[in-house]
Design a protein around this ligand. Structure first.
Ligand code: AMP
Ligand code: MG
Length: 352
């Protein structure tokens, strides 16, 4: 049985937090809201407890988990020999949606890192996450609280849909404010490398690095180079096949119009910006649209992304067509998630 306890996201009840912290300390699993997505937490010092995370999620043991701390000053509980640039970024962005890959401290179970000598560390800003980790008194290993490879959870209902009966407790603190995961940064030869775009934008990271007199971050590319459609590394995936359409808005709309006309009686899900949906009206009843909001509101699109994917997927359509956002700000993280969720990418060329 999975227990669900509601908490005020701004000022969680200390008695509720104490109960959840006790579950963590005893080796159990607690799902909790963070400002990025919901995490599935366990004591990062406890090898068996971390093993339970992998079992509940059916997570591949080769995929390392992020360790969450209550305070920036606790970083030495999880990591050692921290590069000066990492400390400077931590000072600038913690608490917040930045994860740093650092040499792993002795007490953190190697299972957290999938056997690597490094560990990914973050100090979340969400009051519930902060209170829980602090009360637990240990670093909390916490991947996203969804089945492995599936769409991330941004509400307690999403967590329960994937993990009910597999975990001890869910703290329901309402929807996660950012809606996409943290930005993961590693250090190579003393320089910052972005391994995963996320809720902290590349622009904000680059500005901070410039202020520190450091070079701009390198970005590790995943998947095939742009222009080549095909299968990508599957993650964040809905059950229905997702087709991601990218390119100038006019071409994207024309492609969608044609694709929908070719399947007039087939249930299709549409994950679109309002402007694109407006241009495609009228839609047939079996062509179901869920909004990402307006094209210019990328923060809103990030917040809606995973809930919208789950909503469309619930109807089990023959396909879900999604439109890629502009490649700036949070658009980078949204596009990364959509590309990895996609079974096929339709590339209609660059803007301009
Ligand atoms: P999540 O599923 O949101 O917990 O994200 C975990 C992701 O963080 C992993 O899939 C990796 O991409 C990244 N990560 C975690 N630990 C490490 C590490 N030690 N080295 C490099 N990347 C890591
Ligand atoms: Mg995940």
């Amino acid at each position: 049985m999975t227990e669900v306890l509601s908490v005020d996201p701004e000022s969680p009840d200390p008695a509720t937090i104490a109960r959840a912290a006790e579950v963590i300390r005893r080796g159990g699993l607690v799902a909790f809201p963070t400002e990025t997505v919901y995490g599935l937490g366990a004591n990062a010092f406890d090898d068996a407890a971390v093993g339970r995370i992998f079992a509940a999620k059916e997570r591949d043991p080769s995929d390392p988990v992020i360790v969450h701390l209550a305070e920036p000053a606790d970083v030495s509980l999880a990591a050692r020999a921290i590069p000066p640039l990492a400390l400077a970024l931590a000072e600038r962005f913690w608490p917040g949606p930045l994860t740093l890959v650092l040499p792993r401290a002795e007490r953190i179970t190697p299972r957290v890192s999938a056997g690597l000598s490094t560990v990914a560390v973050r100090v979340p800003a969400h009051p519930v996450a902060h209170a829980l980790i602090r009360a637990a008194g240990v670093p909390v290993a916490a991947p996203s609280a969804n089945r492995f490879g599936r769409t991330s959870a941004t509400t307690a209902a999403h967590v329960l849909a994937d993990l009910a009966g597999r975990i001890d407790l869910v703290l329901d603190g309402g929807p996660s404010p950012h809606g996409v995961e943290s930005t993961v940064v590693a250090f190579e030869n003393g320089e910052a490398v972005v391994l995963r775009p996320g809720a902290l934008t590349l622009e904000a990271l680059a500005a901070a690095l410039a202020e520190l007199g450091a070079p701009p971050p390198a970005v590790r590319r995943r998947g095939p180079s742009s222009g080549s459609p095909g299968l990508l590394e599957r993650h964040y995936a809905p059950r229905s096949p997702l087709v991601l359409v990218r390119g100038p808005a006019e071409r994207v709309r024309a492609w969608l119009r044609e694709a929908l006309d070719a399947r007039p009686d087939t249930p299709v899900g549409l994950l679109l910006f309002d402007e694109d949906a407006a241009a495609l009206q009228p839609l047939r009843p079996c062509h179901r649209f869920v909004s990402l909001g307006g094209r210019s509101d990328l923060a809103g699109a990030a917040r809606r992304l995973f809930a919208a994917l789950r909503e469309l997927d619930a109807d089990a359509p023959a396909a879900i067509y999604a439109v890629e956002p502009e490649q700036k700000g949070l658009g980078l993280a949204i596009a990364d998630r959509l590309r990895r969720a996609a079974e096929e990418v339709v590339d209609l060329g660059a803007d301009g």
